[in-house]
Design a protein around this ligand. Sequence first.
Ligand code: NAD
Length: 309
Amino acid sequence: MIQRIAIIGLGTMGPGMAARLARGGLQVTACDVAPAAIERAKTMLSAAETVLDALGIATPATGAGTVRFTGDIAEAVAGADLVIENVPENLSIKADVYRAIDGLIAADTIVASDTSGIPITQLQAHISNPARMVGMHWSNPPHIIPMIEVIGGEQTAPETVQTIRDLIRSLGLLPVVVKKDVPGFVENRVLYALLREVVDLVERGVIEPEDIDTCVSWGIGYKLAVVGPMALLDMAGLDIYNSVSSFLNADLSDRKDVAPMIGRKIAAGTLGIKSGEGIYAYTPERIAELQRERARKLVAIRRILEGRD
Ligand SMILES: NC(=O)c1ccc[n+]([C@@H]2O[C@H](COP(=O)([O-])OP(=O)(O)OC[C@H]3O[C@@H](n4cnc5c(N)ncnc54)[C@H](O)[C@@H]3O)[C@@H](O)[C@H]2O)c1
């Protein structure tokens, strides 16, 4: 049974995960090599706790569900039943972490990676007892989005997948088992298929960015939160899907490289919110407002979808 969890890497994802796992009554040790990241993570943890309160997720019994911060990886993983590696999306950085913890953890300690798409089979080549390594892909913001992908690599034991799936279920979250270790797993494959098409439509001048955001959010997106795509096929009728896709599939973007529009924006230093401009332009005030507004709306929608409101 998993009770003690070490999270290695406290950037965008780590603090929200720590908050959610602790809310489930687990003992979390949160570790980062950068002291500034630890300080930032403490603030993010308390913000995530406020959001979890708003979501109506019950607090555990007194004394259960703790988060302890440390800059020392050996201290972080000591006695852990599960280590969640959450360092940058780079195989050599991740492999260094696995090598560092290998001699410090028990042979049966499960090692999970939050990688967004590096095949688990590649990652598990860098740790002993690869049967205990598994993908545990959270979605950002991790304390708000309840779906978590669970991915086994070629050498992952079925019991490892099952243990992580059961852990996620026991937290009241939604595990989705990805049966084959395909690049990008499933959530990002679907998202990137959508992103390829929307960038292509904007680049070809078919639609303005604001209008495609309205089209997708209030057309497909809003509906997809209630009816998943496979259920949508049944709702539309497979005969309708067959007639539309018989001419439309051939016209959809199938480019293998990245659209030039993205390269031009990167070359101009416009990377999105982090640089104050990307597809849209942002002031610091607008960024703060968007972050508050998006968290508030995601919480409100989730409460309604779960029948809490
Ligand atoms: N950001 C997202 O939206 C998102 C969503 C799902 C999954 N992921 C995946 O989660 C992982 C982490 O992503 P992120 O966006 O939180 O990254 P990030 O760059 O924001 O944070 C990574 C943290 O890891 C720390 N770190 C680096 N080396 C370390 C080491 N050896 N020991 C301890 N800490 C170390 C860094 O100091 C940094 O604080 C990546 O694999 C990413 O692909 C990200």
